[in-house]
Each structure stands twice: as structure tokens, then as C-alpha cells.
Design a protein around this ligand. Structure first.
Ligand code: ZN
Length: 319
């Protein structure tokens, strides 16, 4: 019997200048760079993975930094907000930290009666939230970044998508993928999957008159959902195809295996396996230190490296 889809695996976005992206996610938000590699489908662009110490599924935000280029626009058919968990005691710390780094912040505002939400954007305009809630400390976060460990980000809280009409999206989520509707509030529908709670939730905002977004720098590219292994991946691939979805073949992403499909609202979804993870080609201690390439690119390393901008990890000073 299938173990089901477990929660968010990773979220991938399109960024602008590589160094600015690193400075923000490592230097300001305090995530760990767990892998520095290239986009396997367009290897002249980096693929950065940020997460907790080992890049556990549910903590990993990844970027393709395209350098200077036209920005996309947010809209229907896209993930509109990425939300991270923080402890309830960390709200004042984060408001001050973000302001100290010249990030303009709105909130904290109360949502769902139980959480305080701080909203802001990254340097490319990607909408982010820190959601303060009880129980956030159950996940450790990255303990050795610039943010004191008690205030560290604890992985994803949820992801929000915008669609013109939620009905078909809702049917796919609940009738095929195994999500449960847990909250409904004026055009905002919250679903959870697996064990539920932080890291398993998606908010679907239904807005008939929303314009479709255009995908480029400053927008989310896709949301990946966790499955336990490759057998599960193939099981869900078949199940989704039986439900009429166009699903890709299984792709080897080196750190996980994946299939992709577009949910009916237009948002690109991926299913990704938990194993093998990021420690297959460098030690946990050294994660993110060097440019890592899959075997099939290794013979071309020199040429590939010469096309990529040099980037530096920010020097870590706690504040
Ligand atoms: Zn992905």
C-alpha cells in the first residue's frame, strides 16, 4: 500500500544575480547553502539549494539565478507566497533583523487566530513570509548560520498558490493526491497532507479575475512534494496519469528522483523522493562548499565553471 505523499519536499524559484541571492538567503535569512550545482536542464545557470543542516525535505528552497534579466510577474497559475516557520518568541527578532538589512516588512499580522505572519520580499521580488507558531522548535533549523539558533528558520510552514478557479485544483488535491481541506476563508482554501502541520500545507487562493503570471526572474518555478522512494514515485506517476494529468518520465536529479506535472490551475508540481539526499557527493560538514556536478557533466567541468559567475558564501557573524 502506498505511504502517500508526505508534504513539501522543496520549492524552486528563478532569481536574478547569483551573489545577491546567496547574500540574502544565507546572509540575511540564515539558511545553509546545502548544494551548489547547475541547472541540469540548462547547465550554464547555477542551481543553489538552501535548507537546514543536511537539507532535509521540507526545508529546501532552491534557485536558478539567471543574472541580470527581465523580471516575471506574479499571477494566476503560480505559487505566490513561500512561508517559513519560526518560533513564536522570534517575531520581534525577525522584524528587527529584516529592517536592519533594509528589507521592508509588513506585519506581524494575525492569521487563523494562532499564527503571527511577517511578510516581505526577497531582492528579486519573491514574496516570503515568516509564520510564528507554537511547536516550531520541533524542527531544528540551521544552527550555525548568522541567526542565533533559537531564532533560526525551521523549514517551510506552507506554500500559497493563486488560481483563477479552485475547483479542479481542489479535486486533484483531495481526490487524487490525498490532501485534506482543513480551512476555508473568503477565497482562501487550506489543505494539508501526510501527518499534517507545518511543512505539509498548501493554501489555494481562488481569484476569478486574476491575470496569469509570466514566469521569469522573481517568480516561483515549481513546488515539489515528498514521496518516500522510487517505487512510490512510479506509483504516483501512474495514479496521476490515470487521473488525466500529463506527467513526465522519471528524472534523475542526483539528490532525488522526480516527475513533473501541471495541476489544473497551471502551477507546476513535482514529486520528489526523499533519498538519496545531499550528502551523496560531499560530507555533511562540507555541504555547499564546492561546485558539484552529476557524473554526466563532470567531463565538461572546466568549460562549465568558466561560464558561471564566481560567488562567495557570506562570512558568518552572528547578530
Ligand atoms: Zn524541483
Amino acid at each position: 500500500m502506498s505511504q502517500g505523499i508526505l508534504g513539501i519536499h522543496h520549492i524552486t524559484a528563478m532569481a536574478g544575480v547569483a551573489q545577491r541571492n546567496v547574500d540574502f538567503y544565507v546572509g540575511v535569512l540564515g539558511l545553509r547553502m546545502v548544494k551548489k550545482t547547475v541547472n541540469f536542464d540548462a547547465p550554464d545557470v547555477y542551481h543553489f539549494y538552501y535548507g537546514d543542516k543536511v537539507g532535509n525535505p521540507g526545508t529546501v528552497f532552491t534557485f536558478f539565478p539567471f543574472g541580470d534579466g527581465p523580471r516575471g510577474s506574479g499571477g494566476a497559475g503560480q505559487a505566490s507566497v513561500t512561508s517559513f516557520s519560526i518560533r513564536s518568541e522570534s517575531v520581534d527578532y525577525w522584524v528587527k533583523r529584516l529592517k536592519d538589512h533594509n528589507v521592508s516588512v509588513s506585519g506581524p499580522t494575525e492569521r487563523s487566530g494562532q499564527t503571527l505572519v511577517i511578510s516581505f520580499r526577497d531582492p528579486d521580488g519573491i514574496a516570503l513570509e515568516l509564520v510564528a507558531h507554537a511547536g516550531a522548535a520541533d524542527r531544528p533549523g540551521w544552527q550555525e548560520g548568522p541567526v542565533p539558533s533559537e531564532h533560526a528558520i525551521r523549514g517551510f510552514y506552507s506554500v500559497t498558490i493563486l488560481v483563477k478557479n479552485h475547483r479542479l485544483t481542489s479535486s486533484l488535491l483531495t481526490e487524487v493526491m490525498g490532501f485534506r481541506l482543513i480551512e476555508e476563508d473568503e477565497g482562501r482554501y487550506r489543505y494539508e497532507i501526510g501527518n499534517g502541520g507545518p511543512g505539509t500545507m498548501i493554501d489555494v487562493i481562488s481569484q476569478q479575475d486574476a491575470r496569469y503570471g509570466t514566469q521569469s526572474i522573481g517568480t516561483i518555478h515549481h513546488i515539489a512534494w515528498r514521496v518516500t522512494n522510487e517505487d512510490e514515485l512510479v506509483h504516483w506517476q501512474t495514479k496521476l496519469m490515470d487521473a488525466g494529468m500529463h506527467v513526465t518520465e522519471v528524472k534523475d536529479r542526483n539528490y532525488f528522483k522526480s516527475v513533473y506535472f501541471r495541476e489544473p490551475g497551471g502551477v507546476l508540481f513535482e514529486l520528489a523522493t526523499d533519498p538519496p539526499g545531499f550528502a551523496i557527493d560531499e560530507s555533511v560538514e562540507d555541504l555547499g562548499a564546492d561546485l558539484k556536478l552529476p557524473d554526466w557533466f563532470e567531463s565538461n567541468r572546466e568549460a562549465m565553471e568558466s561560464q558561471l559567475p564566481l560567488i562567495y558564501l557570506p562570512v558568518i557573524a552572528r547578530s
